[in-house]
Ligand binder design. Structure first.
Ligand code: BGC
Length: 407
C-alpha cells in the first residue's frame, strides 16, 4: 500500500453526475408516470460541463486516480451509429486526467444502456453480447492511449443478490419496478423494456451478461493488449447467522459465476459498503443497537478488508477497490468510516493480499438512482443551482490518510 503505483482515487458514474442523459434507458424510466424514482436526474451535477472541475478536485485532494463511466447512449445514440464528438468528449476527460497525473479508470456500463437497446429486449437478446462488444471496441480504440484500467460492468451481480432466497417475501418495491418497466415498454411499443439492474434475479440473462463481459474484454485487448480489464462486483462481507446454508446458496448465485468469469481477467473490482447477515433462508436485519447510515444500512466499515481478501482468495486476482463509501448527512460519520475502512484494508494488505488501489465512492454528492438527491455519498457537496463543488472536511481527512500511506 505504500508503493508509488498504488491508485488512490474517487469515483463517479456518468448518469449520476452528467445530467440530461436523455437517450438512456434509465432516463426514460425516470419520466414515465409509473416511475419509482423520487425525482428525475435532470441536470444532476452538470459534469457534462463541469468535468474539468471534477478532475481538478481529484487532483486538489492529492489523489492519482479517477474512475468515471462513459455513457453508451451518447456514444451510440442509434444502433451502429457512433458519435465521434462524444467519444472525443470522453477522450478529453481521460487526457486531462493524465495531464494532471491521474490514472483514468473507465467503466463501460454503469447500470445504464441506450434506450434503443432496452427497447429491443436488452440483455435477453442473443446478439446483446456482440452489441456491447462493438461499443466497447469503439471506446477502447479512442480511449486506450490514456486509460489505466477498464471495468466492463458495474455490479452485474446486483440483481442476483436476492435470488438465493427460496421463497422471497412479498416485495412492494418489486411491484413498483414491474409497473415502471411495463410503462416504459408501453410508451416505446416494446414487448419488453429490459433494464438489467431492475430485473428480477430470475430474469437476468446471466449467460448473455457474462458473454458480454468476455467479448468486451477481447475488444479492449484488441485495441491495447496491455490495458488491464476486469469487472466490479457488489461484495458485502457476508456473514452466517446460525448456519452456513444461506451463505452457500447466496455465493452460488451472486458470486461464483462472476468469480469464475473473473479468472480470465486482469483484476477483480470490489465494491463494498457493509456486511450482509444471512440465516438459512433470509437476510437478518442489523442488531437493534447498530449504528446506521443515511441509506438505512448498518454502519460497518471493516467489511472492506474481509471482502477484499475473499475476492482475491476466490479468483487469485489482484484487487482494485472500485467503490467503498457511506451515505451520510453527517460528514463526521464519513470521516470515521473512511478511517476505519482504510485501517481494515491495511490489515488485509499486510497479510499479503495484492491490492492495486482504493477508489472512494463518491467524489460528489450525486443522483442516487431511485432515491434521487436524498443520499449524500460525496467527498464534495454540490450547489445544484451554481454547480459549485464544495469539498467536505472528510475529503481533507481522506487526502491526509492517503498522504500518510505514501510517506
Ligand atoms: C453503485 C453506485 C451507487 C452506490 C451507492 C453502488 O452499488 O455502483 O452507482 O450510487 O452503490 O448506492
Amino acid at each position: 500500500m505504500t508503493s508509488a503505483a498504488f491508485l488512490w482515487g474517487a469515483a463517479t458514474a456518468g448518469h449520476q453526475v452528467e445530467g440530461n442523459n436523455v437517450n438512456a434507458d434509465i432516463w426514460l424510466l425516470e419520466q414515465v408516470p409509473e416511475t419509482s424514482f423520487v425525482v428525475p436526474s435532470g441536470d444532476a451535477c452538470d459534469s457534462l460541463h463541469y468535468w474539468r472541475g471534477d478532475v481538478g478536485l481529484v487532483r486538489a485532494l492529492g489523489l492519482n486516480c479517477y474512475r468515471f463511466s462513459v455513457e453508451w447512449s451518447r456514444i451510440e445514440p442509434s444502433p451502429g451509429r457512433f458519435s465521434a464528438a462524444w467519444l472525443d468528449h470522453y477522450a478529453r476527460i481521460a487526457a486531462a486526467c493524465r495531464d494532471a497525473g491521474i490514472a483514468p479508470v473507465i467503466t463501460l456500463s454503469h447500470f445504464t444502456s441506450p434506450r434503443w437497446f432496452a427497447e429491443r429486449g436488452g440483455w435477453t437478446q442473443t446478439d446483446s453480447p456482440m452489441l456491447f462488444a462493438r461499443y466497447a471496441e469503439r471506446v477502447a480504440r479512442r480511449l486506450a492511449p490514456w486509460a489505466s484500467h477498464v471495468v466492463t460492468f458495474n455490479e452485474p451481480n446486483l440483481p442476483l443478490m436476492g435470488r438465493w432466497i427460496a421463497t422471497p417475501i412479498a416485495d412492494p418495491g418489486r411491484r413498483g419496478l414491474d409497473r415502471m418497466l411495463a410503462a416504459a415498454a408501453h410508451v416505446t411499443g416494446s414487448d419488453r423494456f429490459d433494464v438489467w439492474v431492475y430485473s428480477h434475479g430470475e430474469d437476468v440473462d446471466l449467460l448473455n451478461l457474462l458473454a458480454g463481459h468476455r467479448h468486451a474484454r477481447l475488444a479492449v485487448k484488441a485495441a491495447r493488449g496491455d490495458l488491464p480489464v476486469g469487472m466490479s462486483l457488489a461484495l458485502p462481507d457476508v456473514q452466517a447467522v446460525g448456519t452456513d446454508a444461506g451463505i452457500a446458496a447466496y455465493r452460488r448465485n451472486a458470486e461464483m459465476p462472476f468469480f469464475a468469469a473473473a479468472r480470465e481477467d486482469d483484476f477483480i473490482g470490489v465494491q463494498t459498503y457493509g456486511r450482509l447477515r444471512l440465516s438459512a433462508d433470509a437476510v437478518v436485519p442489523p442488531p437493534v443497537d447498530a449504528e446506521m447510515t443515511q441509506a438505512g444500512d448498518e454502519y460497518y466499515p471493516k467489511a472492506l478488508g474481509v471482502a477484499v481478501a475473499h475476492a482475491h482468495a476466490a479468483t487469485g486476482k489482484p484487487v482494485l477497490i472500485t467503490e467503498n463509501g457511506i451515505a451520510s448527512a453527517d460528514d463526521r460519520q464519513r470521516t470515521r468510516y473512511i478511517t476505519e475502512a482504510l485501517a481494515s484494508l491495511d490489515d488485509t494488505c499486510a497479510s499479503g493480499v495484492p491490492v492495486i488501489g482504493y477508489i472512494h465512492w463518491s467524489l460528489l454528492d450525486n443522483f442516487e438512482w431511485r432515491r434521487g438527491y436524498t443520499q449524500q455519498f460525496g467527498l464534495a457537496m454540490i450547489d445544484r443551482r451554481t454547480f459549485q463543488r464544495i469539498p467536505k472536511p472528510s475529503a481533507r481527512t481522506y487526502a491526509n490518510l492517503v498522504e500518510a500511506r505514501r510517506a
